[in-house]
Every structure is written in C-alpha cells, then in structure tokens.
Ligand binder design. Structure first.
Ligand code: ATP
Ligand code: MG
Length: 363
C-alpha cells in the first residue's frame, strides 16, 4: 500500500494548459474518485501518476518518494484502461501472466499468482479462452486480474465500467468494492458518472476544465457543494436553479422570483443577508421539493404550479411543474400525478443553496 500526493501539478501541451494547480492527497488504502465532464483532465492526471505522461510542473509523491522522474515500471502502480487493452492473441491465463513474465518472476510463482487472480475474479473456467471468446464483463475481469497479480501499491482505474451495460455495471461496481475491501489497495478511480463516483468511493474529487472544483466525501459534495458547477454536476436528477433577488423587509429575508417569493429560514439568514438587494442564483434539489398533497411538513414555503410532464420511473414519478416561466423538476410517489393538474409545491428551504451570480460560488 502507498499514499499518493499530487502537489500543485500542472500539465501543458505546447501552450495549452490542460491541468492547472491540482493538489490531491490520496491516503493509504483510500478509494478516491476523480469525476468530471469529458475533457476536464481526468485521464491526463492518471497517466501522469502512472508515469505515461510527463508532469510539466509540481511534485508527485508515491509513498515518500518524489516520483516525477521515476520510470513507470518502478512506481509500483497498475493501471486498467477504459479499453481493457487485452492482448488478442493470448489466452486469459497468458494475459494475466504477462506482467509477471516481464518482471521475470519464476515459473511456479507465476502459476500460483495467476491461479490466485483467476480464483479471486471467478475466471477459472475461462483460463484457456481467447479474449474474443469472452463477454464484456469477463474481459473487464481479466483486465482487473492482470492489474491485481502484480500486487500494485496503487491501482489506477480509468472508466473501467463504461463499456458495460447497465446491469453488469452495477454488478462490477459491487465487485470493485469487494476487491477494495479485501485487498485494501490504494485506488484512484476515474469516471464521468457521478453516481458511480458517489457510490464507490471514500472521497471524490470533482474536476472542471483542468482544475479541482471541490474535494470531499460523497455526502459533503452532495450536501454542501462549493459552487454552482459542483451543485449541478453531483446529484440526479440535477439540482434546480432559479434566478432571484434577495429582499429584506421588517419581518423577513426572502427571495423574490419573477412571480413568487420564498422566505429564507433563520438558519441561512446570516449568509444571505449581505446580498440584500442583489441578484443571486437559488438552488434546490428535486428531492427537496414536494407535492403539498402528500407532504407532512407545514413549515415549508409553497407556491402554485401546473404539472407539465410526468415521467413514470416505476418506483417514483419524475415531474416537471411550471410556475409562470419557471419550470421545476422533482419526484413524487408513482401514479398520483397527471399533466395539467394544478398543485401546490413545497420547498424544504433549509436544504436550499444560494450562489453568487457573478462567481458561481456558494454564498
Ligand atoms: N496529447 C495531447 N495533446 C494535446 N491536448 C491533449 C492531449 N491529450 C489530451 N489533451 C487535452 O487535454 C484535455 C484533457 O483530456 P483528458 O483525456 O485528460 O480528459 P478526460 O477528463 O479524461 O475526458 P474523457 O472523460 O472524455 O475521457 C482535453 O481537452 C484534451 O483535448
Ligand atoms: Mg478520459
């Protein structure tokens, strides 16, 4: 096991800066996930850690060793690529054994380790098959086995589940948790899928355009996003955002939207008060909006709305409701809502978020 420290890492291709001032401290045995939209620099960071890409500036420590110039092979790191990159002309066993042969392990040790990895990932019956004779999930497991036989201190996984269908992805997700629990290897995982990031890891690093937007536990980034990007990226369906103006009168602090008002609860007052008279962006998650017909919470602010779209998802309905020009998304118990209905919707204001309109930062 080893910890990995990135200190002020930058990466430029010619004049183009693709990673700017990234610092991450991955603890021993931690499962950390880099998550962000396509092109934000996730793969580039993994490749720099693996030694497949030069670091333009900043320091990379693996364990206590400054590793910027240590060759890839000597870093104690294995990487599983999105494409699996299995050798098509080798059997499953030969694929798993390949890295061990390169490292000149003895014949018996190779046999032993390959057997261990095949057992661990349920590949025993497939050992003599060729990659083209395997399903996507089986290929994925061979790619994991090939990385794990090397007993890496650090395992780097670049979107390893993205080629699998939804059901298999769920299965491999729990498989991956099992691998981590048993081996306690330090894992750095990359995905653009925020649900995957939230469900797998101890901590997530949310990236946007080559910089870190926020680092925290899954619940921290969900409950306390540091800016509007993180707020919109984490959570599904996505947070609702509305433009409003904060107004103060004798009794209350409230937000004035085009056509309705919501009272800001005492607990959030201190953050919002200094924005009195200013435009802000108000954010509320679909799960913090309710149809008042089914809500027990009388404290909530509520407004009139008309249901526009109902999407049945089985366990719940996803609903879009309009109030004036504003459309809000929320979920409700299935089968109780129809388009065209007039309802009152309630806002659990204590769970609301307020963002500076200029900077996008949380107030
Ligand atoms: N060899 C290269 N030369 C120039 N630019 C590059 C090179 N490799 C990557 N980039 C740029 O660096 C940025 C980050 O790329 P990277 O592959 O790290 O993104 P990513 O977050 O992994 O995206 P995805 O989710 O699509 O895999 C992109 O804008 C990409 O175009
Ligand atoms: Mg990538």
């Amino acid at each position: 096991m080893a910890e990995v420290k990135l200190q002020n890492i930058c990466k430029r291709y010619g004049r183009t800066e693709v990673i700017r001032d990234v610092s991450i401290h991955v603890k021993n045995g931690e499962f950390i996930t880099l998550v962000g939209p396509s092109g934000c620099g996730k793969t580039t960071i993994l490749r720099m850690i693996a030694g497949l890409e030069r670091i333009t500036s900043g320091s990379l420590y693996i364990g206590d060793v400054l590793s910027n110039d240590i060759p890839s092979k000597k870093r104690g790191i294995s990487m599983v690529f999105q494409s699996y990159a299995l050798f098509p002309h080798m059997t499953v066993s030969e694929n798993i054994a390949f890295g061990l042969k390169i490292k000149k392990y003895g014949r018996n040790e190779i046999l032993e380790r390959v057997k261990w990895a095949a057992d661990f990932l349920n590949l025993n019956e497939l050992e003599s098959r060729m990659p083209k004779e395997l399903s996507g999930g089986q290929r994925q497991r061979v790619a994991f086995a090939r990385a794990l036989v090397l007993e890496p201190d650090v395992l780097l996984l670049d979107e390893p589940l993205s080629n699998l269908d939804a059901k298999l992805r769920l299965k491999m997700r729990s498989e991956l948790k099992r691998i981590h629990r048993k081996l306690n290897t330090t894992i750095i995982y990359v995905t653009h899928d925020q649900v995957e990031a939230m469900s797998l890891s101890n901590r997530v690093v949310v990236m946007n355009k080559g910089v870190i937007a926020q680092t925290g536990s899954p619940l921290e980034v969900y409950n306390s996003p540091s800016d509007i990007f993180v707020a919109g990226f984490i959570g599904s369906p996505a947070m609702n955002f509305l433009n409003g103006i904060i107004i103060k009168d004798e009794a209350h602090l409230f937000i004035d939207f085009d056509g309705f008002k919501l009272i800001i609860p005492e607990e959030l007052r201190s953050n919002c008060e200094k924005y009195s008279g200013k435009e802000i962006i108000f954010g509320i998650r679909p799960e913090d909006i309710t149809d008042k017909r089914f809500s027990l919470n009388n404290e909530e602010n509520s407004i009139d709305a008309i249901i526009e779209v109902v999407e049945p998802l089985g366990d719940k309905d996803m609903i879009e409701a309009a109030t004036g020009d504003t459309v809000l998304t929320f979920t409700a118990d299935p089968g109780k809502t129809e388009s065209g209905m007039h309802i009152k919707i309630g806002f659990n204001m204590i769970k609301s978020h307020f963002f500076d309109k200029e900077t996008g930062k949380i107030l």
